[in-house]
Design a protein around this ligand. Structure first.
Ligand SMILES: Cc1cc2nc3c(=O)[nH]c(=O)nc-3n(C[C@H](O)[C@H](O)[C@H](O)COP(=O)(O)OP(=O)(O)OC[C@H]3O[C@@H](n4cnc5c(N)ncnc54)[C@H](O)[C@@H]3O)c2cc1C
Length: 589
């Protein structure tokens, strides 16, 4: 396989050489490690300046070569298939952690839900030491990134929305059972919110907007690296290639500089080195970024010594403070023909596939996670909560800490095969703990980035998270019993939900919780705090520069100082947009 391959459809032979030695240059101004969600945004924006050279290095291939990534209801196999270490509070299970392995990263496999997050979430980032990363600073970048496609049946206030960005959001179609879920939620007391992406109201029940353009997924690769961008003579994209280490100089005093990046294509195969003239930007995601920093000798000294990696900088915050959103599914048998369950049968999918290939419409154009409610666990409408008022982990009084998501085929989204006894149609709701008190770690088992990182989210280790999930399950039970949804639902299938005691619900939480794939904060922006609690301290400063280094930055989900009370991809893109501007201005100066 050629080491230097092109973006699909582009075939410039001068840029299709095989070894790294045949790259047009031995060094580049900006070397972006990881061509995922943030990496594609950065490659596109930084290469707008024809006077700088940009190299983007990605372990996988282009998502544009994969039909299953382009189809919104598809499920691409191009992912890393990570698993967590055994989770004590989830009955000792090692839990699935998919991550996109292709240009576009997780934006090429995700459920495409487009949500900004509560303004208070970002203002809290600033309070936690991320100077300049508040809502007011990020607001223009949400708009710069987005082009919203108005929908005649879903009027929203375009004042808050992007109209000219490369990344296209729209309303996917909704199955009838989802519409029933939204109505039942409002009947149960949750206010309807037509658009969560406004400054004043981040709670309520809503139909999700999704990153879909004309029925096709709009990954950051598709949006930010179209042919016109790829053909820039100063942008180079290396696919099928893994970054294995960052190299540094050794000045007699002052910070060390990242001088080059080592890459390889197999675990034990040859390695090549690419020079860094201005900045190496690590953008490998919340698991891949701490992994590369650790493999390069940046992290807690004792941990690095355990795996025999020479210590370059004792920086204990690397890989600490892993936050992830956990959900617990609860499913019911559903009225025959009311769900999209038939799409799990390849033969039955053929007419839907034909329809999608013709006009991008039909059942396969849904993002499958079609609606959700955002609430405060201490004030759930119509429910007496066991959580004392004001004791949640929400960022502020207008921010949620609990989501209730409904999803067609949510079991498949969780990469589970449903039990055949559930019948041909079933329906799933899932409470999500949006602002977990629990936090975990990402460590390495060796200095070779071809070995999977050790992911330990420590789910539910803080019992306050169990209490939030319990309230969520009680709400799910109520919504499931409310018209018009109740008319679609038969018996619950995993447990006797109607009669379950709190103890049984907690047992259910331990057995049926899974990630909703939002790991963050493993190389967070924040002050470098005193030695005794440095583990919880920042890894990068507010310019996203790794402490103790020159020419080394991080930009992806790992920089979040705290988990958002929302699906995070829009915020990651906004952060990358803002960082690209900061970097351009800094280097111009
Ligand atoms: C199944 C799923 C559903 C989701 N649904 C939603 C949703 O609906 N809405 C939402 O807002 N969020 C959703 N998310 C979360 C969101 O997509 C991610 O948080 C976000 O895309 C992460 O962006 P990132 O840039 O941090 O990392 P990524 O997009 O993961 O990018 C990291 C890139 O680095 C590459 N890489 C890693 N290691 C190396 C290496 N050593 N060398 C070279 N390359 C490397 C990877 O292959 C990848 O391309 C979902 C995630 C998943 C997995």
């Amino acid at each position: 396989m050629p080491i230097f391959s092109s973006y699909a459809g582009v075939n410039d032979p001068s840029r299709l050489a095989s070894p790294v030695g045949a790259l047009p240059s031995k060094a580049f101004d900006f070397v972006i490690c990881g061509g995922g969600t943030a990496g594609c945004v950065l490659a596109s924006r930084l290469s707008e300046d024809p006077n700088v050279s940009v190299l983007l290095i990605e372990a996988g291939e282009s998502d544009q070569k994969q039909l299953m990534s382009k189809i919104p209801a598809g499920c691409s196999p191009a992912e890393w298939s990570f698993r967590t270490v055994a989770q004590d509070e989830c009955n000792g299970r090692d839990m699935y952690q998919p991550r996109g392995k292709m240009l576009g990263g997780c934006s090429s496999i995700n459920a495409m839900i487009y949500q900004h997050g509560s303004p208070e979430d970002f203002d809290e980032w600033e309070q936690k030491g991320a100077h300049g990363w508040n809502y007011a600073a990020l607001k223009p970048y949400f708009r710069k990134a987005e082009r919203h496609t108005p929908h005649p049946d879903h009027k929203i206030d375009m004042e808050h929305r992007g109209k000219e960005g490369p990344w296209i959001s729209s309303y996917p179609p909704t199955n009838e059972i989802t519409a029933a879920f939204v109505l039942a939620g409002t009947e149960a007391g949750i206010p309807a919110n037509p658009d969560l992406n406004v400054e004043t109201n981040s709670t309520g029940i809503t139909r999700f907007q999704a990153i879909i353009h004309n029925g096709k997924r709009s990954s950051t690769n598709a949006a930010y690296l179209p042919k016109a961008v790829y053909s820039r003579q100063n942008l180079f994209i290396l696919t099928g290639t893994q970054v294995t280490r960052l190299n540094f100089d050794s000045p007699s005093s002052g910070p060390r500089r990242c001088t080059s990046v080592e890459v390889g294509q197999t675990k034990a195969g040859p390695r090549w080195v690419v020079g860094v003239k201005k900045e190496a930007i690590v953008s490998q995601g919340a698991f891949g970024t701490p992994q590369l920093l650790h493999a390069s000798g940046i992290g807690a000294k004792a941990e690095l010594e355990k795996v025999g990696v020479p210590v370059v900088k004792d920086l204990p915050g690397v890989g600490e403070y892993l936050k992830d959103h956990l959900l617990t599914t609860v499913s019911w048998k559903a009225k025959k023909g009311s769900s999209l369950q038939y799409l799990t049968n390849p033969a039955a999918t053929l007419p839907a596939l034909a329809r999608w290939l013709i006009d991008g419409k039909g059942a396969l154009s849904t993002n499958l996670a079609e609606a959700g409610a955002f609430l405060r666990s201490d004030a759930i409408p119509g429910q007496v909560s066991s959580i004392a008022k004001g004791t949640t982990n929400a960022a502020g009084i207008n921010s949620p800490d609990l989501e209730m998501i409904n999803g067609e085929l949510i079991s498949q989204l969780l990469f589970h095969d449903p039990d055949p006894t559930w019948g041909s149609d079933f329906f799933t709701m899932a409470p999500v703990v949006l602002r977990p008190f629990s936090s975990g770690t990402v460590k390495i088992s060796s200095g070779n980035t071809f070995d999977a990182p050790l992911i330990d989210p420590r789910y539910l280790t803080d019992k306050r998270d169990v209490a939030v999930m319990l309230e969520g399950l009680k709400l799910a039970r109520r919504i499931g019993r409310t018209e018009p949804l109740s008319a679609y639902l038969g018996d619950s299938v995993q447990l006797d939900l109607d009669n379950a005691t709190d103890e049984q619900l907690i047992e259910h939480i331990k057995e049926w919780s899974e990630t909703i794939y939002h790991p963050t904060s493993t190389a967070k922006i924040g002050e470098q705090v005193s030695r005794c609690d440095e583990a919880a301290g920042g890894v990068i400063d507010s310019n996203l520069k790794v402490y103790g280094f020159e020419g080394l930055r991080v930009c992806d989900a790992s920089i979040f100082p705290e988990a958002l009370s929302a699906h995070p991809v829009a915020a990651i893109v906004a952060c990358a947009e803002r960082f690209a501007d900061l970097l351009k201005a800094e280097h111009k100066a």
